[in-house]
Design a protein around this ligand. Sequence first.
Ligand SMILES: NC(=O)c1ccc[n+]([C@@H]2O[C@H](COP(=O)([O-])OP(=O)(O)OC[C@H]3O[C@@H](n4cnc5c(N)ncnc54)[C@H](OP(=O)(O)O)[C@@H]3O)[C@@H](O)[C@H]2O)c1
Length: 375
Amino acid sequence: MDLTRPDTPHRAQIGRRRPTRPGAPACHHPAGPPSVRPVRAVVVTSPGGPRVLRVEQVPDPTPGPGQVLIAVAAAGVNRADLLQRAGHYPPPPGAPAWPGLEVSGVVLDVGPSPAAAGPVAGLREGVPSPRAGDRVAALLAGGGYAERVTVDSSLILPIPPTGGLHDAAALPEALATVWSNLRAAAFGPGQTLLVHGGSGGVGSVAVQLAHALGHRVLATAGGAERCERVRALGADVVVDHRAQDVTRAVLDATDGRGVDVVLDVLGGRALASNVRLLAEGGRLVVIGLQQGRRGELDLPALMARRGSVIATTLRDRPAEQKAAIMADVRAHVWPLVLDGRVRPVVHARVPLADAPRAHEMLESGEVFGKVLLVP
Ligand SMILES: NC(=O)c1ccc[n+]([C@@H]2O[C@H](COP(=O)([O-])OP(=O)(O)OC[C@H]3O[C@@H](n4cnc5c(N)ncnc54)[C@H](OP(=O)(O)O)[C@@H]3O)[C@@H](O)[C@H]2O)c1
C-alpha cells in the first residue's frame, strides 16, 4: 500500500466525536468540546520489557491553540519507544506519558486560533490550516499509541483524499529525521550518501529519498535477502554487514574515494570505521547509538579528510525548530511521497492491544521498514 492509492480510512473515524464532512468549516467549540468518555491508549505500566505495555483509558485530549485533534488511524513504532518503555527515554515536558512519535489519521477537531497563544502567532506563516475531516500524518513528541492525539498543526503533513491513510504513519519521523540531517550535512547535487541500516524505518526512507533526488546511494543491511530489498528501494550498492567488510566494500565501490555523507544509526563502535569512509570534506551524521554511546574518534583521520562529525536528535528540539523542519519536509520531500517516489515501507500492522508483540518484533531485528499499531 502507498500514498498514491486510497486505503480504508473508516476505522479512524470510529471515534465518538464525528468529523464534519470534508470541506466544512473548522469546528472548534469555543466553550470547549463536549465532554466524552476517555480514549484507549497503550501506556507503560512500569519500566521494563514489552509486557509492561497495556491498553488503558486515558483522558480524551483537547486541542489547544494552533492544535488539531486527530482520530488515529495508525501509529508508527520507533526504537525510541522501546527506550521509553524501558525507562531510559522519558517524554519531553508537555508530551503525553504514553509512547508514539508519529501517527496518521483524520482531523476531528481544531483548537482555538494560535493568535490566542500570543507571540507564537507571528511564527505561523505557511503553517497548514486543517479542518475537521482532513486526513493527515503528524510528527509527535509522544502520545501516538492511542485512539486520539493532539498536535500542533505546524507538525502535520496533509494526505490527499486519494492517498493511503494508514501507511502514512510510517513516514513523519523518518522524513523529518532524514531530511533535517541531510540539510545539516549540506548534502548537495552530485554527492554520494552511505545509509547504515537501509533496511530500517529511517534507512528505508533515506535510501528512497536520496535515490529520488538523483544521488548515488550506498547502504548497509544484514543478510542477502534484506540487501536485495534495499537495492529494490533504489540503493546503487548494498553491503551485507553480516558477511562483508563494510569499510573495504564501500571504499572499493567508490574507487577508494569514500562517500560525501554517512547517515549513521550505529554510533559508538562504528565511529572509527565511519570516519575512514568519508571522502575529502565528508560529513558523518550520527543519529543512532545501536553500537554504543561512546567510541574513539581518530582525529588525524578526520583532519586528513577535512571531515566533520554531526550528531542530532529530533524529539527534544524546540517547537520552532520542529515546525521549521516539517515546513521544509512539506515543501521539498512530501511532493516525492505524493507522487509515489518515496513510499512508506510497512513490515506489519498490529492491533493497538498487541503493542507488546510490536515491540518484540522490533527488538528481534526481523522488521524491514516500520511496524504500525492500528487502534
Ligand atoms: N537522532 C534522531 O533524531 C533519530 C530519529 C529517528 C531514529 N533514530 C535512531 O536511529 C536508529 C535507527 O532507527 P530505525 O527506526 O531505522 O530503527 P530500525 O527500524 O530498528 O532499524 C535499525 C537498523 O539498523 C541496522 N543495523 C543494525 N546493526 C547494524 C550493523 N552492525 N551495521 C549496519 N546496520 C545495522 C539494521 O539493519 P539489519 O537489520 O538489516 O541488520 C536496521 O536497518 C535507532 O537507533 C533510532 O533510535 C534517531
